[in-house]
Write a protein that binds this ligand. Sequence first.
Ligand SMILES: Nc1ncnc2c1ncn2[C@@H]1O[C@H](COP(=O)(O)OP(=O)(O)OP(=O)(O)O)[C@@H](O)[C@H]1O
Ligand SMILES: [Mg+2]
Length: 241
Amino acid sequence: MLIAFANSKGGVGKSTLAVHLAVWLHDHGNRVALLDTDKQRSSSAWAVEAEPKLTVRTAGTHEEVASSVQELAEKHEFIVADAPGGLEELSRTVLILADLAFFPVLPSILDLRSVAEATKLLKFAQSINGGRPEGRLILNRLRKRDRISRELTEAAPALGLTVARTTIRDLQAYRNAAQQGTVVTRMGARERDAAAELTQLFVELMTEKLVFVERDQDASDHVSEIGIGEGRLNGKASLAK
Ligand SMILES: Nc1ncnc2c1ncn2[C@@H]1O[C@H](COP(=O)(O)OP(=O)(O)OP(=O)(O)O)[C@@H](O)[C@H]1O
Ligand SMILES: [Mg+2]
């Protein structure tokens, strides 16, 4: 399954969320690859440092993206792709190949415009790829008392893209994680708040992609007990088709 993080605008959290999702899926026992298609190579450098067991690849052309996805799909349950900022052609290629497309957006007027562009790009990919990828907007760097945050949260559903219910706050934890070459979900009690909201987001985004064929009798729905990936929770969970 190819999961793409994209947005026509830079600096919205694509790399941050891509690296966090890749490590999180790895930590739930999946074979995960991170495919960095951005010339800045920030997510690949970060991912290598955060988790040496992740497969990390870079791709700079349409052909490289296509061949990497094909090759990585053979040995990994999940490929997380970080698309470049800007409406670069490479983003289109990544989106056309993707099963899921996540568009992080910031609470700003400019970002409302980028949502319209994201919608256009998503519809284009879906028209080529038989309705795929499924798209979600992720509201990132929200501040509680920020009026535009509230307005964006309220306006987003009308913009034509489904919005993730879980929103991500503007927290120093994410910048600390990048600086330390790790992820907030591995930073313990210090970054508990960030880890909790991010876990909630990933569970929301990913569990609907999974079918639990069998579960422990006493397994509750608590997030820490949810297994993600094909046969990765003692062989009890499998990927939805
Ligand atoms: N929720 C958050 N709270 C605080 N800082 C954040 C959050 N998400 C991202 N950041 C910070 O915002 C900056 C931009 O994030 P990131 O590099 O992930 O964006 P990007 O979309 O990949 O950018 P680019 O288009 O340049 O590749 C980084 O400094 C990152 O640490
Ligand atoms: Mg980036």
